[in-house]
Design a protein around this ligand. Structure first.
Ligand code: PLP
Length: 747
């Protein structure tokens, strides 16, 4: 069953709110502007909800408008304030907003400031390391400000603003004051009319009402300009027929707030939060909280674990059916740090790897117990995988190949469980700590740290890695190969090397052999998916490149898996046969149709004016093919089920990482299905085996959301197995036994 701990993003709808909404749709469906009895009933309902909201919010004689949500409330408040400032006899200079406000606030201010032609200076109010506004800064600027926007509580950290302090800092200023009350509703007493607050927006879906209904408080006498003009609803302050089902549901939530039985008291919520915090600290030793709990809403925890990315933690929690959110948004190429934590001046690692856990005030003891139990299981799973640098090892010996990728650069870890030895190929500085921690945790000897060449875009971090695991480099050449050795043994496997100068003079391929023969080759940048390594560096040997390619072909043949030094498009691996089709120049030089000098000249032409990569690093080769995905490999669950019936022997591969796989498995699909677990980071271990399957055998990958499985399916297709698919939407769309919304209230 799902444990939903992302209440600051949105909440399920309270059962009594659902009933009220349904009744407003089915029975009391009138338009409150109609003057017949059906309309009058709707109006009475709406008036009743408004009266309740007035009591709950302490709105006194202020106006309360129903609108679509907080974003609309914020627009209306900002437009109203700026509209008044435009006509003010003495123009203010500044528009101020808290540096940690929801983006809706600064964006609305900038938008209306420009549109109304005010062009006032817009400034963020700095916050301290505790997330609270710098009141001295505010006091100094308040006299020149026309509008001040400060949230009541922050959505990412839960930090509660010092509204009394802000009010005092505004003393003597004529600035209008907006307080975003979204995260405070139902969690903090607001008593709006007791303060000089001019505007306060609220959103129903953050407190168990449906999406699409919100409230805006406007102080009696505060300037107002309607955002929507039309039929004159809401006293002509907000036109448009009212969202009656939303209003009815919001009314049920407000009734629950008033009855005092549905929502837990503050002290109970604090006790719940403390238990969750303790479970987190036990599960992830070293964890730090990003805001002081005593200043925060009792329902929000924001934390980071040193050395563990928020992406990894989210995948881990999600596999345990615990829904939390990343404090920072992750784009495909880079994780964007949290601007809220940045504003608080937290170190970069914390701003980039934060996780937010938030629950709603209907949570009960059983729910918190279950959440704590699962958090502990997540901690265990991470320790089993040697991925928590702060926790002692309890891992099973690892075996096989793991690929790491940083900004398109690849690093490989080759581990052998029998001999407990490992080799790292093309170490990256960003991975030193992670690899060292893994080696220490597994207690493996580092047999060698090899580079495939002297890199153009980064320095080798071999020495740092060896130092981190307290091993001496020994008598090795410039690329880390032990002098006087032909092969490096790794249990039953061994590595040999082949000089392939071209990209650089020292370019070397490492060939991995097992008892059955040559298994794969690490070829650095000499042959990458869709590109040949550039040969215009000072340390390049362009005239020798062609001969090296032919030597490589002689050693590995057309179909051996080649693992590249860079992979900008998640292709994982290639073969000379595949690359000859994608890169005609390669086919020509291997086929003997161009000589080495012409090959070097043709390559030089391709490399003219090479741009930086999307990661702003030096491009290691000129792309020949487009890098676009092949035709769609997406499969719906219905299509997969049908395919499983039609093809006995369908291979279904879970590409989630082992720490996720341990926490939960996909439901059964059928008896003929052959299930495998091959983590995306270990994909090269299995690619050759899948390409050797009969062409008609479907291989279907799945993961949590469909992203990683799409990469796997595309990689396998590119290697020639056409019938490779990815389950669209992943496990997230695989139906569960319990409906999530009911489950949220079932305990
Ligand atoms: N303000 C805060 C503090 C929020 O957390 C949110 C939603 O995340 C909003 C404003 C926007 O609310 P809505 O989704 O109702 O537009």
């Amino acid at each position: 069953m799902e444990i939903y701990l992302d209440a600051n993003a949105t909440t399920p709808v309270l059962p009594q709110a659902r009933e009220a909404a349904l009744a407003a749709m089915a029975d009391d469906f009138g338009n409150p502007s109609s003057i017949h009895s059906t309309g009058l009933k709707a109006r009475a309902l709406m008036d009743g909800v408004r009266a309740r909201a007035r009591r709950v919010l302490g709105a006194g004689g202020g106006r309360l408008l129903f609108l679509s949500g907080a974003t609309e409330g914020i627009q209306t408040a900002v437009l109203s304030a700026l509209g008044a400032l435009r006509n003010a006899p003495i123009k203010p200079e500044l528009l101020l907003y808290g540096a940690t406000e929801h983006k809706a606030v600064p964006e609305a201010i900038k938008h209306w400031n420009a549109l109304l032609g005010l062009n006032l200076q817009v400034l963020p109010i700095p916050v301290g390391p505790d997330g609270r506004h710098d009141l001295d800064w505010l006091r100094a600027r308040a006299p020149r400000a026309g509008l001040v926007c400060t949230m009541a509580a922050n959505n990412e950290t839960g930090v509660i603003s010092d509204l009394d302090g802000i009010e005092a800092a505004l003393a003597g200023s004529t600035a209008l004051w907006m307080v975003d009350g979204v995260q405070a509703l139902g969690k903090l007493p607001l008593r709006l009319a007791e303060r000089r607050i001019d505007y306060a927006p609220f959103s129903g879906h953050k407190l168990y009402a449906p999406k699409g209904i919100g409230l805006l408080y406007v102080r009696d006498g505060a300037p107002f300009t309607p955002l929507l003009a039309g039929g004159g609803q809401e006293g002509a302050l907000r036109s448009g027929t009212e969202n009656m089902s939303g209003i009815a549901a919001l009314g049920a939530v407000l009734a629950a707030l008033e009855d005092g039985r549905t929502f837990r008291e503050h002290a109970t919520l604090v006790a719940f939060r403390d238990r969750l915090a303790e479970a987190l600290q036990q599960a992830f030793p070293g964890l730090v909280f990003n805001a002081p709990p005593e200043l925060c809403l009792p329902t929000t925890l924001n934390f980071a674990v040193p050395g563990v990315s928020s992406k990894l933690l989210l995948d881990l929690f999600d596999a345990a059916e615990l829904r939390v959110s990343g404090g920072s948004a992750c784009s495909a190429a880079k994780a964007a740090p949290s601007y809220v934590l940045e504003a608080m001046g937290l170190p970069a690692w914390q701003t980039a790897s934060s996780v937010r856990l938030s629950f709603g005030p209907v949570a009960d003891r059983a729910f918190i117990d279950e959440a704590c139990a699962r958090i502990r299981i997540c901690g265990e799973s991470l320790r089993d995988s040697c991925l928590d640098p702060n926790a002692p090892s309890q891992a099973l010996p690892a075996d096989g190949l793991t690929r790491f990728i940083v900004d398109g650069a690849c690093c490989y870890l080759l581990a052998d469980a029998d001999s407990r030895r490992a080799v790292v190929i093309d170490p990256l500085p960003e991975l030193t700590e992670r690899l060292a921690q893994w080696l220490r945790c597994q207690n493996y000897e580092l047999a060698a740290v090899l580079d495939t060449h002297s890199h153009g875009d980064h320095a080798s971090s071999a020495s740092e890695l060896l130092a981190a695991v307290r091993q001496h480099r020994g008598d090795v050449d410039g690329l880390g190969w032990p002098r006087g050795t032909d092969a490096i043994a790794l249990g039953a496997q061994s590595l040999t090397r082949l000089a392939i100068p071209g990209h650089t003079q020292d370019s070397t391929a490492y060939l991995l052999h097992d008892p059955q023969g040559l298994r794969l080759a690490f070829v650095g940048d000499t042959v990458m998916p869709g590109a040949l390594g550039r040969s215009d560096f000072e340390q390049s040997a362009p005239q020798r490149y062609g001969a090296s390619l032919r030597q490589l072909e002689q050693a590995v043949g057309p179909h051996t898996l080649l693992l590249p030094g860079h992979d900008y498009d998640d292709r994982f691996a290639s073969t000379l046969a595949v690359e000859c089709v994608a890169q005609p120049l390669l086919a020509e030089v291997l086929g003997g149709r161009v000589d080495d000098a012409d090959f070097a000249a043709a390559k030089a032409r391709l490399e003219q004016g090479l741009a930086l990569t999307e990661y702003q690093t030096v491009a290691c080769g000129a792309r020949i093919d487009s890098g676009c995905p092949l035709s769609s490999s997406e499969l719906t669950l219905a299509e997969l089920t049908q395919m499983a019936c039609q093809h006995a022997g369908l291979v279904l591969v879970d590409v989630r990482e082992p720490y996720e796989q341990r926490l939960g498995q996909a439901p059964e699909l059928g008896r003929g299905v052959k299930r495998e677990a091959v983590a995306l980071s270990g994909l090269p271990n299995a690619l050759a085996r899948w390409t050797a399957l009969p062409a008609e055998t479907p291989v279907v990958f799945f993961c949590r959301s469909g992203n990683r499985s799409a990469q796997a399916a595309q990689a396998l297709r590119r290697l020639g197995h056409e019938r490779a698919w990815s389950l669209s939407g992943g496990l997230a769309l695989w139906p569960r036994i319990t409906a999530a919304a009911d489950a949220a209230f079932a305990i």
